[in-house]
Write a protein that binds this ligand. Sequence first.
Ligand SMILES: Nc1ncnc2c1ncn2[C@@H]1O[C@H](COP(=O)(O)OP(=O)(O)OP(=O)(O)O)[C@@H](O)[C@H]1O
Ligand SMILES: [Mg+2]
Length: 265
Amino acid sequence: MSSPVLSLSSVEKIFPNGVRGLSPVDLSVEKGDFVTLIGPSGCGKSTLLKLIANLHTPSAGTLNWWGGGFKDVGQKGRRMAFVFQDATLMPWATIVKNVRLPLDLEKVERTTANKRAHAALERVGLGHVADQYPAQLSGGMKMRVSIARALVTEPDLLLMDEPFGALDEFTRNRLDEEMARLCYEDGLTTLFVTHALHEAAFLSSRVMVMAAHPGRIHAQYEIDRGIVRDETFRLSDQFAGISKELAILLEDASRDSMIGQEARQ
Ligand SMILES: Nc1ncnc2c1ncn2[C@@H]1O[C@H](COP(=O)(O)OP(=O)(O)OP(=O)(O)O)[C@@H](O)[C@H]1O
Ligand SMILES: [Mg+2]
């Protein structure tokens, strides 16, 4: 059997100022999983994602990427891409140049890089804005450009930290449908952070409900991968049932977080 994409064993993070960002976490992510982290502010969602992206070092425990250490990731031809809440585009560069950036940094030959950047823009439905500038795009379009910039590297693992948090519900729903298509149809493995329970219910194959004080995983909730994530699903009793069960788990995690906070005071 092949190694999981990610495996975390008793991974902990204590910051230099003594703040415990994350209590020991165990997590295994398989190819094609769509794992969502949800929980109250300060429960360690971003900390966990940054540990996985190797932007933080763990204080204890071990992380494995495709069965090896972080050093091996590039060598094995594996790729990770990170999408942040803010699109962070270069305002002076055209959209296609923005999307091409990771390939330019890797010194990919210009014609190939342009072809791949255009293809990535097509995948998020933005082929027609390739020669425009970020200021000419709406917030939702900028986020799609940022997703295209992540996809252009053909990542094996996509990490997203509240990518659609600043968008209106209508735009967010459309982008969630695009994400579902990319992940479930193309088999992209994704770790996704959100505050929105309905977004977690719509997108995930597994939801990790986290609690704070200290940050930890409170519960896991599996959702059938075979469900087609479309408008019909969003309006179904099944979706309502999943959302309700997640709401109960989240409520429970919030209560636990408050108890933890009171105990610390
Ligand atoms: N660089 C840092 N130095 C010290 N403490 C930090 C640092 N980064 C995060 N923390 C603390 O670690 C805890 C977890 O923070 P984190 O940013 O992971 O939470 P989060 O779940 O992503 O919250 P939010 O939903 O508000 O984004 C918080 O108590 C936070 O103050
Ligand atoms: Mg965060």
